[in-house]
Design a protein around this ligand. Structure first.
Ligand code: 3HC
Length: 329
């Protein structure tokens, strides 16, 4: 919608002279690189947009545990099992930091979960694809965590203080995740013919879904212009996707694996790789709830929420009793 206005310079979408004095002062703070903190004044749209992005991000971390959790009991060695267990636990932690960051904007965790369960909030498209073999754990670590890092390192400089601070630890942990994924791929690519075939098959299935993680192409991105003006987002979707392709192409060559794109070539003129766009119809289907595993993932999350009701009820009853005892004292 605003494609022609997508810029990474922090310029406002609404011309500055049209902003109210409060909004202009706010934009000046953003332009100076100041962090916005929870008690600071902020435009309502800034608050809502942040809740949307941070909430979606938190949900992605939590839903992202499901495809990998599936392989903990079937990891091939004790070391791989311990690594995968630690990684899946890290994702839970990332979700919690992000829910906390969203809560500072005046939304409760219960409300965020409710929106997820009712399909009013999204989570990353990538987690709607199945994990069919052990090699998928390698491809997810290498490509999915790799794409996540590419997107999230710049978010350490995002304008909202609690979000930026949460991203620092998340990025450190994600880079460990990416290395463990690459290491799985390396072992398999140098293994038996069957292992190499599994590694190639995982790359074939996860390549385009990984490219989709960066969001629709800039011309179809509805939030980029305003989000970049407010430094909620630091780069456009296409910029980060290109950086990702440029980074992964030589890594795939090192592994001796083929990226499933005949048009992927180094372009001397642009100094980047040319590559084929993902199937955007498939992307929009997946984010509308029609991907291969959408129903399974959402059902699993709803079940976890319902199964945990007795814990929440017990803790609330305990807190109420404690508060009443205090009043009686
Ligand atoms: N999956 C699902 N929905 C997506 C999507 C994706 N990969 N990419 C875009 N969308 C949605 C947007 O949310 C928006 O829908 P909405 O209006 O209902 O919210 C719509 O498609 C249009 O896209 P835009 O480009 O306008 O949206 P954004 O400006 O928000 O850009 C984004 C999308 C780049 C993903 C941005 O939100 C972002 O940088 N988010 C923070 C990072 C994040 O959420 N990462 C999740 C990755 S998974 C992860 O980190 C787990 C780890 O363990 C691997």
């Amino acid at each position: 919608m605003y494609a022609q206005m997508v810029k990474s310079t922090g310029e406002t979408v609404v011309a500055k002279e049209k902003l109210s004095p409060k909004e202009r002062e706010f934009q000046d703070r953003i332009d100076r690189g100041e962090k916005i903190e929870p008690k600071d004044w902020m435009p309502e749209e800034y608050r809502k947009n942040l809740i949307r992005q941070i909430g979606q991000h938190a949900h992605s971390e939590i839903v992202g545990q499901l495809p990998e959790g599936n392989w903990i009991t079937r990891a091939p060695t004790l070391e791989r099992k311990a690594n995968l267990l630690a990684k899946v636990q890290d994702e839970a932690g990332h979700g919690l930091y992000l829910y906390c960051a969203a809560e500072t904007l005046g939304v409760s965790r219960d409300e965020l979960f409710d929106m997820l369960h009712k399909g009013k909030m999204k989570y990353s498209s990538i987690f709607n694809y199945p994990t069919l073999t052990w090699a998928d754990m390698g491809a997810i670590g290498w490509l999915v965590d790799g794409a996540a890092i590419m997107n999230q390192v710049p978010l350490q400089r995002t304008s909202y203080g609690p979000y930026a601070r949460a991203m620092v630890r998340i990025c450190k942990e994600e880079s460990f995740h990416q290395r463990q994924g690459f290491q799985i791929m390396l072992t398999m690519a140098q293994g038996t013919e069957d292992q190499k075939r599994m590694a190639q098959d995982a790359l074939n299935r996860f390549w385009y879904p990984s490219l989709m993680m960066f969001g629709p192409s800039d011309k179809d991105s509805v939030h980029s212009a305003q989000s970049m003006a407010w430094k909620i987002k630091m780069n456009s979707n296409d910029e980060l996707r290109q950086k990702f392709v440029d980074e992964i192409a030589p890594q795939a060559a090192f592994l001796g694996l083929n990226i499933p794109d005949d048009d992927l070539v180094w372009n001397e003129k642009t100094g980047h790789h040319d590559y084929s766009e993902p199937d955007w119809d498939e992307f929009f289907q997946v984010i509308s709830g029609n991907g291969p595993c959408n129903k399974e993932r959402l059902d699993a999350r709803k079940k976890a929420w319902n199964d945990g009701a007795w814990v929440r009820d017990g803790m609330l009853a305990h807190a109420r009793k404690k508060a009443m005892r205090k009043v009686a004292e």
